[in-house]
Design a protein around this ligand. Structure first.
Ligand SMILES: [Fe+2]
Length: 458
């Protein structure tokens, strides 16, 4: 186990993303023999992993943005109805290795961006990768979350990657949109095959340096979000993060065919907003339907993180035979984020979505206290509250079996108790949001970004 970093400089609580349960933890732990309440289903054989920012050394609050903290991956190993271990590990970039007094891991860093990926963690081709956007490469982890090093998928990844690849279950491929300020007006669509090598790339002309955090695809189309948070070199000297709200940049949604070369890219105007995460997209006749978590703005007034206005869950419809505008409809206005679906349906028509949610519709800085299940066919929601001192992180859906129906499975995610700094891995029946089981983790897991259930062997 690595020692904690030498510096214990106190965190200034005035920075929202360094205070409370955003504050980083200072140690790496391995905890075994975790208590389980209820019964963990036998089909849960694998690891639940979750990535998030956790600065490794001293932090200058004036120079900190939530998106910049070193990545720390938290994991829980489930098998045979038991929770075998919890562990947390910093992702060893050079800076992190130096801070921990360890040798640097060798590997193909892109454009000197040796950044500790802090945004997502995925399993693919039997390997585990911590990932981030903006030009940095994935860092491969072992099954027990130790860092192997930066990875370019056997030399097939030309630049950086993304925090939000999406798997097409029909092929097992991972699809991605990558951007990097050093590429100028180009963003790249890529397909990572089941063999763990990039099989296809398409360069797209997208001027203005937008931050493309996520994207969506359908059976035949790729959907990209060109929205007004953009890179600005002048910001480097003025604020921690070189991307910010840019009212001069258009808001539009791009569509191109998955099997083409990108020259058919067509733009559809949408009202100014920012979308970090689509829930899913699918085809409906000649239209594309995209469910998104929409912010009126983000990083416009607050340059320390994304939350400055309550988002809504909206449905966007793009008629490929119609005008070059997006039709918008709000499905629900409870503040929610980190939407997930039954991902066997990624790119295809889904009915249900699941998101951490705040029970206070007026909250502007979501600290989610519940989980929402939304029926997107009618906007009806069920909300499971975890109680006044408990805070929900992202939840993922795990089907009961490969061929079970949509929504037949469990939802799995972390719930923090801010009263005693403990955490639970909570497993709920996806259809009822009632408890199935929970794993008690006697450690604090800070708020973070994304994670996944990685079945053994994936
Ligand atoms: Fe994200």
């Amino acid at each position: 186990m690595a020692p904690p970093p030498e510096s214990t400089q106190p965190i200034q609580p005035t920075h929202r993303y360094l205070a409370g349960n955003f504050a980083p933890v200072r140690t790496e732990q391995v905890l075994t023999g975790l208590a389980v309440e209820g019964t963990l289903p036998a089909f849960l054989d694998g690891r639940y992993l979750r990535n998030g920012p956790n600065p490794v050394g001293p932090v200058d609050p004036a120079g900190y943005h939530w998106f910049l903290g070193s990545g720390m991956v938290h994991g829980i190993r489930l098998r045979d109805g038991r929770a075998e271990w919890y562990r947390n590990r910093w992702v060893r970039s050079g800076e992190v290795a130096d801070a921990l007094g360890e040798p640097r891991r060798p590997g193909p860093v892109h454009a000197e961006m040796d950044f500790s990926p802090n945004t997502n963690v995925v399993g693919h081709a039997g390997r585990t990768f911590a990932i981030v956007e903006g030009g940095s490469r994935p860092y491969e982890l072992t099954d027990e979350l130790d860092t192997v090093g930066p990875c370019d998928f056997d030399g097939t990844l030309s630049g950086g990657y993304t925090a939000h690849p999406h798997r097409d279950l029909a092929t097992g491929d991972l699809h991605a949109i990558s951007y990097f300020w050093g590429w100028g007006d180009v963003v790249q669509y890529s397909v990572l095959g089941r063999d763990g090598r990039v099989s296809r790339t398409v360069d797209l002309d997208v001027p203005g340096g937008p931050m493309m955090h996520d994207f969506a695809f359908t059976d035949h189309h790729v959907i990209v979000f060109d929205l007004p948070i953009t890179f600005d070199l002048d910001l480097v000297a003025r604020q921690p993060f070189p991307y910010a709200w840019n009212p001069a940049h258009p808001s539009r949604v791009g569509v191109f065919r998955r099997d083409g070369d990108g020259t058919d890219l067509r733009w559809f105007d949408v009202a100014p907003c920012y979308v970090y995460h689509p829930m899913n997209a699918f085809e409906d006749g000649t239209s594309l339907v995209v469910d998104v978590v929409r912010y009126e703005s983000s990083m416009r007034t607050d340059h320390t993180g994304p939350f400055e206005a309550s988002p809504t869950l909206d449905r966007w419809t793009i008629d490929l035979n119609g005008p070059s505008t997006v039709a918008e409809q709000t499905l629900h206005d409870l503040p929610s984020e980190f939407p997930r679906i039954d991902e066997r349906l990624t790119g295809r028509r889904h009915r249900f979505g699941y998101s951490p949610v705040s029970s206070d519709p007026n909250v502007e800085e979501p600290e989610f206290d519940g989980l929402m299940r939304v029926d997107t066919t009618n906007g009806r929601t069920q909300v499971r509250s975890f109680g006044p001192t408990r805070r929900s992180h992202e939840f993922v859906f795990v089907p009961t079996a490969e061929d079970s129906a949509e929504d037949d499975g469990v939802l799995m995610g972390l719930v923090s108790d801010v009263a005693d700094d403990t955490t639970r891995l909570v497993v709920l029946d996806s259809a009822t949001l009632e408890d199935v089981a929970s794993v008690e983790i006697p450690a604090r897991v800070p708020y973070g970004f994304h994670g996944n259930w990685i079945p053994t062997g994936q």
